[in-house]
Design a protein around this ligand. Sequence first.
Ligand code: ADP
Ligand code: MG
Length: 468
Amino acid sequence: VWEDCLRFIKSQVQEQSYKTWFEPIKPLGLNETTITIQVPSQFFYEYLEEHYVHLLRECVQNELGPEGKLEYSVIVDSGSVQNQPYMVTLPNQNQNQNGKSWGKEVVEPEMVNPFKMPSLDKDSRYSNLNPNYYFDNYIEGDCNRLARSAGIAVAEKPGITSFNPLMIYGGVGLGKTHLVQAIGNKVSEQRKDNFVLYVSSEKFTTQFTDAIRNNSIQSFTNFYLQVDTLIIDDVQFFSGKEKTQEMFFHIFNHLHQNGKQIIMSSDRAPRDLKGLQDRLLSRFKWGLTADLQMPDFETRMAIIMRKMQSDGIYIPDDVVEYLAYSVDTNVRELEGVLISLIAHATLNKTDIDLELAKQTLKNIVHDIESEVGVDYIQKTVGEFFQISVEDLKDKTRKKEIVIARQVSMYLCKEYTNHSLKSIGYHFGGRDHSTVIHAVQSVSDMMDVDSKFSNSIDELKKKMKMKLV
Ligand code: ADP
Ligand code: MG
């Protein structure tokens, strides 16, 4: 039976996730209503619960019928005194401990179909907000300063600031949903009577199409016109959907005229939103548009450390640095790497160290160069001294460039297998004596100039991280 479950799961999740999260599970037992599985750790169990509860329930119930339950046996970490597995049972209803397990579904941002709601009084107002997204755990950096502070301003005085609508845009995984949800959470926390609604554009579109089909446009609009703070995520999804845009335009105008707050997010700047009607785009300009960028190195460090703190895990400094340095695509990916790393450490019952981090990253991030070569050194040194790679290879005799060039040669000597001749060749065809001279000057300078010496150490650290 568990085999069947696995087959089903395999067809539903990515291979990497399957390997990480499902292969290590051991089936322990089965009776008419319950499958018992063994998982390697508490963390593992929580992760499954958090991310795969729907899938697990679905496959267990496929196998055992609607009464089907899943029982976990958790192996206690070998580090602790106890070594006996302990059991956690997950009933198929929501009556479980602390809202964990299957019951989690209730708080998941699953939109209640508004016009099927029995009544729209305060109690039945369903905000669709995820309580894990708030400002305190939204790390500030140059990448998001304007958007974040505008968000806070809006959250404090929804509908009153000139940031209406507030439009947040940025690439995938850069924190749009987190930010707009944080605004929503803050508003509803501070103003119980403010009806906050978070909805993705996709959901809005589906609700609208359903409403057309069911002849319930009236209740659809009535519902939306009652909202005090409307958060629409990923409006790029409206592109090309004329009817939906018309409806949104109508709701937007009505809310805006009545001093209600509107917050939107999009994966690109409004001017690049193809397929959106101009009249809608021009409305977006009424308020404030702020973008999110990829966090810089320091902010990435802070994000990782914040995550460690809230998850109660410890990761050595050099690993934190390594991750922050290596994962420069987006924050979601950074979190993904972190989670995998913890999972690997838990599974292998090892400590988290650089080697494991490197290993983990190799499996996940594909485009990370895994070798220190001349190119890498030139690029890294160039970035460090803010000098182009061309200049490093060129004949320029400007002092800063000469120094950067010598540093690059020095690092090439130290970290690659290139001969002096070959190193010289990579720097605009200089001869080997120039390289010897460069190496000598750099070590001399390190002896007398501690600031310079620190810079070299920093660069060396980057090289070492790559070499692990
Ligand atoms: P988007 O909606 O732009 O695709 P998300 O809001 O889903 O991105 O963010 C992806 C993940 O990264 C989330 O888990 C979010 O909490 C996290 N994240 C993004 N930016 C930050 C930040 N500045 N501080 C802390 N966590 C962040
Ligand atoms: Mg999002």
